[in-house]
Design a protein around this ligand. Structure first.
Ligand code: CA2
Length: 153
């Protein structure tokens, strides 16, 4: 295995597939986890998949990722996207390559969803592809990590 990727999910994402299917689709968080595991495996990575409704717990997960020497992080910060200086600081502190993912196209929605704190520390941002965005984020992160390793652009 090339390494470990932490996939982190913020508040209310445990409700995926049970509410608001017009915005977030019908797949459950278990389906997202399976998709992430399958995608990571194709690239030789394993994943640690977590969800929390609590800001501090998400920060603990980010610090744990660094402690476990994870290769990188994929995070859907959900409702903490535009407000959490603390999650931004955690990502800046651990310096792990981080890809931010959103199921919906946040830029086509209410303006309060547009300005992400987390994007300031992310290597890349994906939104609007539904849960497929998680697979794209993992593939993209695997490619970034490979390029970092070989020094190629
Ligand atoms: O599109 C995304 O992935 C979001 O990060 C989802 C967040 C929202 O606050 C962001 O602006 C965009 C909300 C997550 C709530 O998840 C639910 C899932 C199913 C049903 C209800 C909420």
């Amino acid at each position: 295995m090339a390494g470990l990727i932490y996939v982190l999910n913020g508040p209310n994402l445990n409700l995926l597939g049970t509410r608001e299917p017009e915005t977030y689709g019908r797949a459950t968080l278990d389906d997202v986890e399976q998709l992430c595991r399958d995608t990571a495996k194709q690239h030789g990575f394993s994943i640690e998949f977590r969800q929390s409704n609590h800001e501090g717990e998400l920060i603990d997960f980010i610090q744990e990722a660094a402690k476990k020497q994870a290769a990188g992080i994929v995070i859907n910060p959900a409702g903490y996207t535009t407000t959490s200086v603390a999650i931004l600081d955690a990502i800046l502190a651990v310096k792990l390559p981080t890809v931010e993912v959103h199921i919906s196209n946040i830029h086509a929605r209410e303006s309060f969803r547009h300005d992400s704190m987390i994007s300031k520390a992310a290597r890349a941002v994906i939104c609007g592809f539904g849960i497929e965005g998680y697979a794209l984020a993992i593939s993209g992160l695997a490619s970034l990590l490979q390029k970092d390793k070989t020094g190629k652009k």
